[in-house]
Design a binder for this molecule. Structure first.
Ligand SMILES: Cc1cc2nc3c(=O)[nH]c(=O)nc-3n(C[C@H](O)[C@H](O)[C@H](O)COP(=O)(O)O)c2cc1C
Length: 203
């Protein structure tokens, strides 16, 4: 049975993004789906070497990147290929995504290359929608979420996904600022529910 994959992207354990990820998963389950939460910080991912190895078209899957079998990037990529929907819960660091998440995203270059070459193993993935909850400490900043949104948008395109407009929260800074029993908590769980229901409709 296809599942939802939720990526918890903070370097901080037990903080706002972890709680948002758990709420998203709870929402999916409430809507009748199954969800796995992946804590990106728990996966060792080597940065892209920009070596050009993935430019060679006859390599597929984990073979496509020279680093493929050497780290845990594929533990996170596999759900992007197989899940019915993927959801990110991430803090903003310096107006962007946290570095560990970005290191993994850069390893997505192998999929970008395979799509450019219209290779069926990647180009023929089912059309799906991805979602994101972004949390930031500061209360203002017109473009606070824009860098993160654009990077996630182009990352998920690799997997034939569109990124829905992210749900964003400002002024959440200390570890416990996002309360499960709050309007924010309710909206995040509802996003999980809606994401699963629309993923079933898309399938
Ligand atoms: C390295 C670092 C950089 C940050 N940069 C920003 C920033 O540019 N803008 C902002 O509003 N908050 C920034 N914050 C605050 C976090 O977004 C905020 O504390 C958030 O709630 C952390 O989420 P977490 O509890 O999931 O770790 C930064 C925090 C850290 C640790």
């Amino acid at each position: 049975m296809p599942r939802a994959a939720v990526f918890a992207c903070s370097h901080r354990r037990g903080g706002n993004s972890d709680r948002a990820a758990e709420l998203l998963a709870e929402g999916v389950r409430r809507a009748g789906g199954e969800a796995d939460v992946y804590y990106v910080r728990n996966h060792e991912v080597i940065p892209c070497l920009a070596c050009g190895y993935c430019d060679v078209a006859d390599r597929q899957g984990i073979e496509r990147c020279v680093l493929g079998p050497k780290d845990q990037a594929w533990d996170l990529f596999t759900p992007c290929l197989t899940a019915r929907t993927i959801l990110f819960a991430s803090p903003i660091y310096f107006y962007h995504l946290p570095s560990r998440l970005k290191v993994w995203i850069d390893r997505g270059q192998q999929f970008w290359r395979a799509r450019l070459d219209k290779e069926p193993w990647i180009a023929d993935l089912p059309r799906r929608t991805a979602h994101a909850v972004l949390v930031a400490g500061q209360p203002s900043g017109e473009k606070l979420f824009e860098g993160a949104r654009l990077t996630l948008k182009y990352f998920v395109q690799n997997f034939n996904m569109d990124l829905a407009a992210p749900l964003t929260f400002r002024g959440l800074d200390t570890r416990d600022d996002l309360h499960v029993e709050s309007d924010a908590g309710r909206r995040i769980a509802e996003l999980g529910e809606r994401a699963w229901i629309s993923a079933l409709e898309e399938a």
